[in-house]
Design a protein around this ligand. Structure first.
Ligand SMILES: Cc1cc2nc3c(=O)[nH]c(=O)nc-3n(C[C@H](O)[C@H](O)[C@H](O)COP(=O)(O)O)c2cc1C
Length: 209
């Protein structure tokens, strides 16, 4: 691999600049990435661990920061869904390169209500509803089978809304720890960790980069 060595020029990040509530702080960083029209500003790399302790990760899209957690939508029967059913401890990372910013979140995933998932499912474009409804995510299929299933469902349900399958829905990741990383010159980066205490308060510490 060609030698790559970037320098980071972000402004200092001090503890007094940070919101006492790390969810509000994280939401602010996501919003700033959205406002700057960064590509995929809500993409997060989500790590789960299966029943044998094997980790895996993949990109999903953050859909909200609400009710004490970070929400995303998926298929409960997918690899990640099966992992979470066996072990609800998850972690995710978001990185906004032009801002030299990263957040790393650890927590537990809980399912959103079927009502919330149904409302969100029906807010998606018709073709996305069809694809999600016919796709048994993470299971082996052929392209031909997928396309036939799309055609069948479009015939049965030409106008929409498409019925949401039981296996499709959202999760809320309720954090126990959130780290904020800000790239700084000469690798002397700024890093702050929030850890949730038993009384619900957050303790903030600067970590060595
Ligand atoms: C930019 C991008 C956004 C994605 N968003 C989602 C998402 O919001 N939900 C989802 O289930 N999969 C999403 N995917 C697909 C996942 O990365 C993954 O392939 C899929 O969820 C199956 O993962 P699993 O087999 O590990 O469960 C996205 C992929 C990319 C590259």
């Amino acid at each position: 691999m060609k030698h790559v060595r970037d320098e980071y020029y972000a402004q200092p990040l001090n503890q007094q600049d940070l919101n006492a509530d790390p969810l509000a702080q994280a939401e602010q960083w996501v919003q700033e990435a959205i406002d700057a029209d960064l590509p995929l500003p809500n993409a997060m790399s989500l790590a789960t661990v299966d029943a044998n302790g094997q980790p895996s990760n993949r990109i999903v899209l953050l859909k909200g920061v609400e009710q004490g957690g970070f929400t995303f939508f998926t298929d409960y029967d997918s690899q990640k869904g099966q992992d979470i059913a066996a072990n609800d401890r998850v972690a995710f990372t978001m990185f906004w390169q032009p801002f030299d910013r990263q957040i790393v979140v650890k927590g537990r995933a809980e399912k959103l209500s079927d009502e919330v998932s149904t409302d969100y499912f029906h807010s998606r474009p018709y073709d996305s509803q069809v694809s999600a409804a016919i796709s048994p995510q993470s299971h082996a299929v052929s392209r031909e089978w997928l396309e036939e299933e799309v055609e069948k469902l479009k015939k049965d349900c030409p106008q929409g809304p498409v019925p949401k399958p039981q296996r499709w829905g959202g999760y809320r990741i309720v954090p126990s720890e959130i780290q904020f990383w800000h790239g700084r010159p000469s690798r002397l980066h700024d890093r702050f960790r929030y850890q949730k205490q038993a009384d619900g308060n957050w303790v903030i510490e600067r970590l060595a980069p």
